[in-house]
Design a protein around this ligand. Structure first.
Ligand SMILES: NC(=O)c1ccc[n+]([C@@H]2O[C@H](COP(=O)([O-])OP(=O)(O)OC[C@H]3O[C@@H](n4cnc5c(N)ncnc54)[C@H](OP(=O)(O)O)[C@@H]3O)[C@@H](O)[C@H]2O)c1
Length: 315
């Protein structure tokens, strides 16, 4: 199969590209930086330097690759520093999710591709009411914190564009929160180091429910979606959604850090803003029943409990 991946050098891309080339697929992979071309070639891909926000450049790159499947994995999250100014931190990612997706879908059509697979996110976008676990059939949050509104709108737009196309079979992969090599929850990563420094406290009762996913499971699930002719939205998460009050102390112990502090919500609001407090106290987790049934995918790490144990050695 011929596969075009926009944004192939990140946490996901570095895991995904070798899986695809080893399986015999012909992969064309993009980076915006010349310095990363060799890395893509060493994973067996044809490398292209192209910015997804440069419509002409990306369109000609997709057309030259003549792919069967186009995959959108471009995001601007690597330098994310704080949850407080959420929409500001996501500004580039939101453009990549809206303008970028529009450009890539149009290019896929012109190039004669039949399928499209895009990265989305699950966790905080779930409605923060009712049960602790949501499926793809449940509605997204109708009333998100104000500073997450633009980001949620960009997610909605991406998902609508990908799944409403009549001439492309579109799959949206709503990844849970990443951990493992190359993500912010690995040694040197933002989240990992905050837990190690004891600077990520449990806010309020820590009732926010998180759905985690190991980066290797992200890559395997994505390969599965690329290889099958499926459309729709799929949660890519592990089997054990868990409250912050449960996973955060466990994580601290697993990486040899002291237990997290507890702070009341009003202090949390000053430190991490409305969005951060919501993620610590209100968000809901996500079910993976649909992807298991439709794609036949199963996580290698069914629970973050096993996955977190290996984190101290991940790079
Ligand atoms: N789902 C989640 O858990 C979540 C949520 C928030 C944050 N994070 C963190 O954010 C990261 C997400 O991993 P990821 O693989 O999705 O992202 P990533 O590691 O940041 O990689 C992003 C990819 O997008 C490409 N890219 C960036 N700007 C581009 C542009 N204008 N045009 C085309 N491509 C562009 C990058 O390529 P070049 O740099 O080579 O151009 C790179 O290949 C992890 O560190 C994760 O921990 C994850």
């Amino acid at each position: 199969m011929r596969i075009f991946i926009a944004g192939a050098t990140g946490a996901v891309g570095k895991r995904l590209v070798p899986l695809l080339t080893k399986a015999g697929h012909s992969v064309t992979a993009t980076t915006t930086r010349r310095a990363k071309v060799e890395g893509l070639r060493s994973m067996g891909a044809d490398a292209v330097v192209a910015d997804l926000l440069d419509k002409d450049r990306i369109t000609s790159a997709v057309m030259a690759a003549r792919p069967d499947v186009v995959v959108h994995q471009a995001s601007g999250l690597a330098s994310m520093r704080s949850l407080k100014h959420f929409d500001d931190e996501f500004r580039t990612t939101n453009r990549l999710r809206t303008e970028g997706t529009e450009t890539l879908i149009a290019a896929a059509r012109l190039a004669g591709a039949s399928r499209f697979v895009a990265q989305s996110y699950t966790g905080w976008p779930n409605e923060r009411a009712g049960g602790r676990l949501k499926t793809e059939a449940d509605r997204l949050d109708p009333n998100p914190p104000k500073n997450m509104t633009k980001t949620l709108n960009a997610i909605r737009k991406l998902e609508e564009m990908v799944t409403s196309s009549s001439d492309l079979v579109g799959a949206v992969l709503r990844y849970g929160s990443f951990y493992g090599q190359g993500t912010s929850l690995a040694p040197g990563g933002e989240l990992f180091e905050a837990v190690r420094r004891r600077s990520l406290p449990i806010v309020g009762k820590g009732c926010g429910v998180w759905s985690w996913i190991h980066i290797d499971d992200v890559a395997h699930a994505t390969k599965c979606a690329i290889e099958q002719d499926v459309s729709g939205v799929f949660n890519i998460v592990d089997d054990e959604p868990a409250e912050v009050s449960i996973w955060l102390p466990y994580l601290a112990e697993a990486i040899g850090a002291k237990p997290p502090f507890h702070v009341p919500e009003w202090i949390g609001r000053i430190a991490v803003g409305e969005s951060g407090v919501s993620m610590m106290t209100k968000i809901r987790g996500s079910s993976n029943a649909k992807v298991k049934c439709v794609l036949g995918w199963k996580p290698i790490y069914p629970s973050w409990r096993e996955g977190f144990q290996g984190l101290a050695n991940a790079k």
